[in-house]
Write a protein that binds this ligand. Sequence first.
Ligand code: COA
Ligand code: AMP
Length: 642
Amino acid sequence: MSQREATRGQATGGYYDRVYEESLADPGGFWAEAARAIDWITPPTTILDDSTAPFYRWFSDGELNVCYNAVDRHVAGGRSEQVAIHYDSPLTRRKETITYAALLSRVRAAAGGLRGLGVEKGDRVLIYMPMVPEAVITMLACARIGAIHSVVFGGFAPQELAARIDDATPKVIVSASCGIEPSRVVKYKPFLDEAIRRATHKPEHCVILQREQERAELGERDIDWMDWEAGTAAQEGAEPVTMTSTDPLYILYTSGTTGKPKGIYRDCGGYAVALRWSMEYLYDVAAGETMFTASDVGWVVGHSYIVYGPLLTGATTVLYEGKPVGTPDAGAFWRIAAEYNAVAMFTAPTALRAIRKVDPQASLLSNYYLPALRTLYLAGERLDPDTYLWAASTLHVPVIDNWWQTETGWPIACNPKGLELLPIKAGSPTTAVPGFDVQVLDENGEPVGPGTEGAICIKLPMPPGTLPTLWGDDDRYVNSYLSAYPGYYLTGDGGYIDDDGYLFVMGRTDDVLNIAGHRLSTGSLEAAIAGHKAVAECAVIGVRDELKGQIPRALVVLKAGIADTDSARIRAELAERVRAEVGAVATLDRVDIVAALPKTRSGKILRRTMREIADGDNPSVPATIEDPTVLDTLGPVLRRVN
Ligand code: COA
Ligand code: AMP
């Protein structure tokens, strides 16, 4: 009997507990069973390889192709005419329905096209695209031929893109002429050209999807997507190549504290097994059903639950190029869910707050009929109780918070609805997902008692799907995540576990920013500000915001001799620099020019203390502070709101 058969009809109290215990007591047996849901070329005999610990490997002797499992397999299995992707773009007034058969044909062509450009197994292909089907097609085409894709969020500006080009060193970049935002057409091509100009590494070719809203001028290395997809190599297509389970499927960059992004290495086999399992046992979505995830393919939620999770399951996914509000109104999400019969919706709390702000009574919901909708999932930032209660009383379906990060690829903590719906506590993502041994540790690495806050860590080994290392940098992987508490993965989030075993995630313990569900690095914003010739030093903090969770604020010390009369101009220039260097999503809420920044005696800027003061929390002031009077002076500035 499969795990799913065992759960259906039996999901009464205690079932989750048993599955969870089993996953930790016998990870090999547990994940070997889950791996049976994947079509392997060579089924794995080694499930968990710990011979190279702390670098754990899942299914290390297994062989598969992830694209085959996400596309071909469903065509072969009778789902040819089932819709794989509903593309819905209110921004361009375009809708497109792509069946599994059509998806296979387009992915084969794109894979052949990549081959025609000399892309081979192990080569990197960078994808810098808006939310268009071609982005998903390129991802799958890479997976088909064993090329490693690296999708960069379209909202990032040239400097961020250049850093990713230099780290991933792609042979080919696939991009588009433009993205469409409600307020403007965003020209991608000049950003791409500028990024390549800044990067040391140069790609051999760029394939550009020309969109009618803004066509781009093509240069010598550029190829028009249309010509490319119609070209001889594309017409010949390409068949799936055999990949070892531990081969990389993709690199996804995420922000740390410094300006240098971390390239999360995602393997093929572990990821496929974990996502397939999660679709069934966490998200409760089966083959033939529709999942609507409103994120962007540039983020991990997009990778896992717009693209790979639903497609590996033989489900239908929705690719939505629009916003929660204004495209055209705050009923957009309800329209999509109704039109495509979504059984599960997934978005970020900030999107719900945006909808609620415009339509507090959710009156637009009454225009739509959502009989299929079973669950709303939320992730990307903490689901505050107020937003939870609003969503639950509006939709009358379980509203499920799930906590995870780019690094883990799928949820660490979540109410496991597909296994058993546990009672919901507002403000908590419920409890650890099977496979994740979540513990809260004090500064000495000792587990704390219930209700006591500490660093949320995961005891190694982590389950399949999670990062085995960082792309090209094992040392950074160990230093960033494994060295703080030997034997544990450091999540970077702080929180506590209550008496009932419910986890509460209270926020980052480092200086990583989370703006409207977008993870951004303090270091990148500070580097953009520090590049201004009038700036002596600066600090960026993420302060609490009702809509976006956090908004970035800069505190800047100017060089001696700069006149006060110049400050308004400098503030405007600094805000513009952040938009131009990092991206519009990082737009500063305010810039304050101050006399000095608070530091420890060793020179570390006390960002967290400043953030706590700005948020109106009780600030933790370290004993090692160099000059406490700096904080006293800054207090009124930090507490000022726009
Ligand atoms: N490409 C180019 N620019 C982009 C972009 C993209 N993919 N995404 C956002 N931007 C730009 C916007 O156009 C805007 O530019 P502007 O300042 O010139 O108007 C800026 O970045 C900020 O955009 P956004 O963060 O969308 O803020 P907003 O105030 O327009 O909208 C929300 C607020 C809450 C509606 C919006 O942030 C949202 O939908 N958040 C959900 C995010 C999400 O799903 N995250 C994934 C986590 S799972
Ligand atoms: P990202 O890697 O972009 O997914 O961002 C991961 C970070 O977002 C986490 O480390 C948390 O700080 C935050 N986060 C994501 N989901 C949640 C959640 N459900 N509750 C609290 N914080 C979250």
